[in-house]
Design a protein around this ligand. Structure first.
Ligand SMILES: [Zn+2]
Length: 263
């Protein structure tokens, strides 16, 4: 089971692993906490955007071979670092959710599926989006309740990422709010990563999964992460997006495993 905050997070972080496991015959289940109704898009934030994004999620999940998709139905807390002020957030914003209650909802699905593995995010929530930090907390607790044997924290090896961004900043003008330095403490350092999953064989599916999230790739400002990534030339894309990274906390840091079920 893969637990994500918003539709499109699965495409960026774990799509290759999901396609690989489905191809190997595993039952792959995708759960999102929110419909992503406050994401950046040409459409105004709101229920209609949430509906569009869930449809995109179903398309992406089908392309990756998922057997089931669920949305826990929490409100998208929004994009600002603290999810906006409390009165700007929807009543049921995921970051305001009771961790125990949300964990029980997720644990019920883990239990029903007799899931062998749960993928969540690292404690920093990758780059620090509050809904992503909440995915870590809720996911951790749900795995305790359901006694899920393997918990993997999906992350990015930040060392090559920071090198690449520094290089890119010499010829690509990042939007002013984009600060390469924030990536120096985002995601995970190379030495803490336990799993490096080679997903090059599934690059086509991963790219198709990203493309399925059209509202996030084409709308509004073209500097959006997904839009930028879809412009990466195919051979380079295979190289850059050929690996997905995970940290399994009950293994020694830096164990060099290559498959989610390796231990
Ligand atoms: Zn997200």
């Amino acid at each position: 089971m893969f637990f994500h905050a918003h539709p499109d997070d699965e495409a960026l972080l774990t799509a290759g692993t999901m396609a690989m496991l489905a191809a190997e015959g595993h039952r792959v289940v995708l759960v999102v906490a929110t419909a992503g109704e406050r994401g950046l898009a040409e459409m105004e934030p709101g229920d209609a955007l949430g509906e569009t994004r869930l449809k995109e999620l179903y398309t992406s999940a089908a392309l990756l071979g998922c057997a089931r998709v669920e949305c826990l139905g929490y409100g998208d807390s929004g994009l600002s670092p603290k999810g906006g002020s409390a009165d700007e957030r929807p009543d049921n914003a995921f970051i305001d959710a009771d961790t125990e209650k949300a964990a029980k909802a997720l644990a019920a699905i883990l239990h029903e599926e007799e899931a062998d593995l749960l993928a969540i995010y690292d404690p920093a929530g990758g780059y620090g989006h509050p809904d992503h930090v909440q995915v870590h907390r809720v996911g951790r607790r749900a795995s305790e309740i359901a006694r899920t044997p393997i918990v993997l924290e999906a992350t990015v090896n930040r060392d090559p990422l920071v090198r690449l961004l520094r290089l890119a900043s010499r010829f690509y003008r990042f939007p002013p709010e984009f600060d390469v330095r924030t990536f120096e403490s985002a995601y995970s350092a190379s030495e803490t990563i336990t799993h490096r999953v080679n997903v090059r064989k599934y690059a086509k599916q991963k790219r198709a999964s990203m493309a399925a999230h059209a509202s996030q790739a084409s709308g509004g400002d073209s500097d959006r992460t997904l839009a930028v990534m879809l412009k990466v030339p195919r051979p380079l894309y295979r190289l850059v997006f050929g690996t997905e990274w995970y940290v399994r906390r009950d293994l020694p840091p830096g164990a060099r495993l290559t498959h989610p079920f390796d231990q």
